[in-house]
Design a protein around this ligand. Structure first.
Ligand code: NOJ
Length: 728
């Protein structure tokens, strides 16, 4: 009673001016002032509720097993919203606005990873497009679909550098390179958030999973990660720093144990680096039930201790873990958690709600689904992105594009499996909205060739009953196109595989089809890089179409026919065999570069990071620097000209690498620092430039995150071109 009386007095004096509404409801005041005003009115119980996230609606993800479906308190901070329409949200929001003392709106989050209803290619594929503008546009489009459907906050982008194809979540990030992840992270944050978070078509972004999750031992999910501080700074932190600089509103901590301190309760990464060194003012949410999972991880003895460790380390919101709602109150009263810490966390939650404009517009307009989802322009954008993501890995004798073949045999398990083309975490995407490979190829080639379809082979298992008839079909054709690869559930969360070769039955099928003696094209749809050593020699051409989302088979049909000139390049290395993992381009050099090689296979990967062919040819000129030596404070420009020497227009991506051959902290052989993609019409030349700022591009961080630039020789590299630059 006493507290209540105090509160009423406090709010009466400080918040409610005589004539009207509380100050925090006054939209003309700055957000900080509104937050402080509201905070002063709140009880400890109300504050703690703001630090919890529950779920609402029917879950669409088997990994998210709802623990508590009981009554959701109207004063809850956030809900994961599983519905596609805003009605349920609005009903729940009405409770928060009308049945709670302070009327604090609920924040609704959802995994809009590569699209909401219009699903576009998985992130690993998007990065192969090297087109950050297109990715920005796609995220902007996904934001509009989501926000207009009742979602204020997406748990994306995922920017975990990943170098182990066994780890299923490699599909969700932008590949093996820190710079690439940073660049696409920036684009996607800009796309999701736009310039005004309160717009009815933008959502708050969430950088995840902070941090080092991609280093999961042996590619298994949720497990331990051994990461030195130097590697943390060199490899795993840079994309997050870029995301913070781009203004990402939130961060999600990861499931992994980082060398003895789980990310969920890691004061170094959460408080010292993120909130301290980088000055991140946004909200940090845990991953799904990661707070109680501190117990099996061996960090906490019980849920109460888990709550204490996490909140004191700097974790603001407990995603469905039910540790904060159950224990923070007693922890504060016992003095184990300070009220200042609670206030800091609540301030972050409230700030986001104000920035999103939720106090002014808590409800989502109920626009009919056909006016906000899967609009023709959204589908068209997804298709363009999918086209640019496709990587032509091999094209022996110029077999592709297919032209003039009378009969084409199209075989393999992907032919009639449109749903599998959505990839993991596909929001509200629906299999029936994906263009099946069969339809796409019929449309593409139907007028010119006879197309014979036959799955012939399952994804896995040992049913070989379709082999013989598939071989007959192959014999009838002039060319055989095999659509092989992965089901969508084979990658993504909890999607680890011990072997990244194609399943035995698919490899056998390829061997069998070779008996037809016809030229063979292998089209792969996968959520990870595959180890193709055994099948590569059997195929004349290989195309990686990834998991393209709703455009399904159409983009790859365009590549096969030549309507689309492929321009994708790998964002991740393709090893020869699983045993080669980890294999990635930016490794450090060994002490004996010519020794220590594998005895049984070449030590080089099958397809390198950056590899990708086109139907035209490009010739690179000399790499030139505007100056050969600079001081640390000066800048220079590197440029290279590229000529399209082929017959047709094409797009080329130039990757700019640097190397520092001798440094007080050894450096990788090559490090990507810039990339640019340009369309070059046939016969024309384009100049590509890299504006080099040594303080930014040639400096490195030590294991505490201190940046340093050493005088000495550096190399600027494009393909096999390499020029020396002296920094003095
Ligand atoms: C667990 C996943 O790790 C994370 O990426 C996702 O955002 C949450 N579940 C919420 O669905």
């Amino acid at each position: 009673m006493k507290t209540l009386a105090c509160l009423m007095l406090c709010c009466g004096l400080m918040s409610w001016p005589l004539c009207g509404q509380p100050r925090y409801k006054d939209a003309s005041l700055p957000v900080e002032e509104r937050v402080e005003d509201l905070l002063e009115c709140m009880t400890l119980e109300e504050k703690i509720l703001q630090l919890n996230q529950y779920t609402l609606g029917a879950s669409d993800n088997a990994n998210n097993i709802e623990e508590v479906t009981a009554r959701i308190p109207a004063g809850i901070g956030s809900l994961i919203y599983y519905e596609e329409n805003p009605e349920l949200r609005n009903g729940m929001q009405r409770r928060a606005m009308e049945q709670t003392r302070l009327g604090i709106p609920i924040l609704f989050g959802y995994d809009v990873i590569h699209g909401f209803r219009t699903v576009y290619p998985i992130s690993l594929a998007q990065a192969c497009s090297w087109n950050t503008d297109l990715v920005r546009e796609a995220c902007d489009m996904a934001a509009a679909e989501a926000r207009r459907s009742g979602v204020d906050w997406t748990f994306s982008p995922m920017i975990d550098v990943a170098r182990d194809g066994r780890w299923g979540r490699i599909s969700e990030g932008y590949g093996e390179d820190p710079y690439t992840n940073a660049a696409f992270c920036t684009a996607s944050v800009e796309g999701y958030q736009g310039s005004d978070l309160s717009s009815s078509t933008q959502v708050a972004a969430c950088l995840k999973h902070y941090v080092g999750y991609g280093a999961s031992e042996a590619g298994r999910d949720y497990v331990y990660t051994e990461i030195s501080r130097q590697t943390l700074w060199d490899t795993y932190l840079p994309p997050y720093e870029a995301g913070v600089r781009a203004g990402a509103a939130t961060v999600m901590s990861s499931f992994n144990d980082i060398s003895g301190t789980p990310a969920t309760c890691n004061a170094y990464t959460l408080s010292k680096v993120l909130k301290g060194q980088w000055g991140f003012g946004g909200l940090v949410v845990s991953d799904w039930a990661a707070v109680p999972q501190l117990i099996p991880q061996g960090a906490a003895a019980d849920r109460k201790e888990a709550a204490r460790l996490a909140v004191n380390a700097g974790l603001d919101m407990d995603m469905v873990g039910h540790c904060y709602d159950n224990y923070l109150d007693s922890l504060v009263r016992e003095g184990a958690v300070s009220e200042e810490r609670i206030d800091d966390a609540v301030r972050r939650v409230l700030t986001l709600k104000f920035r999103l404009g939720l106090f002014e517009r808590p409800y989502t307009g109920e626009v009919p689904a056909d006016q906000r989802l899967l609009l023709p322009q959204n589908r068209e954008l997804a298709e363009r992105l999918a086209e640019e993501s496709i990587v032509l890995l091999k094209n022996e004798g110029g077999l592709l594009p297919l032209q003039g073949q009378r009969t084409i045999a199209v075989l393999g398990p992907i032919v009639d499996a449109p749903g599998e083309l959505l990839g993991s975490w596909s929001g509200h995407g629906r299999g029936e909205e994906v263009c099946p490979v069969r339809d796409a190829l019929t449309e593409e080639f139907g007028g010119t060739s006879q197309v014979l379809f036959h799955a012939g082979c399952p994804f896995d298992g040992d049913d070989r009953s379709g082999f013989a008839s598939a071989l007959e079909t192959a014999r009838e054709a002039d060319v055989v196109v095999l659509f092989m690869g992965e089901r969508r559930g084979w990658s993504g969360e909890n999607g680890s595989r011990s072997c990244i070769e194609l399943p035995e039955i698919q490899e056998e099928f390829i061997v069998e089809m070779q008996k037809a003696g016809k030229p063979m094209v292998l089209v792969l749809s996968s959520g990870r890089p595959l180890a193709l050593q055994r099948v590569e020699p059997l195929c004349d051409a290989i195309v990686e179409m990834w998991q393209p989302g709703v455009p399904g088979g159409r983009p790859v049909a365009g590549v096969l026919s030549g309507r689309v000139n492929p321009s994708g390049k790998l964002s991740v290395t393709f090893p020869r065999t699983t045993g080669q993992i980890p294999v990635y381009y930016n490794r450090r050099q060994s002490s004996r570069p010519r020794q220590g090689l594998y005895q049984d296979i070449p030590s080089t990967p099958l397809y390198e990071f950056g590899h990708g062919l086109s139907y035209t040819s490009f010739e690179y000129g000399d790499l030139k620097l505007s100056r050969e030596s600079v001081t640390g404070g000066e800048t220079l420009t590197a440029e290279i000209s590229v000529t399209n020497t082929g017959e047709r227009d094409g797009a080329e991506t130039v990757h700019w690498f640097i190397s520092d051959p001798a440094c007080r902290i050894t450096r990788p052989l090559r490090e990507l620092k810039h990339f640019e993609k340009q369309v070059i019409p046939a016969g024309e030349t384009r100049v590509f430039r890299f504006g080099i700022d040594p303080a930014r591009d040639l400096s490195f961080v030590d294991s505490d995150g201190n940046r340093f630039l050493e005088p000495g020789d550096y190399y600027i590299m494009v393909k096999d071109r390499k020029v020396r630059l002296q920094v003095y």
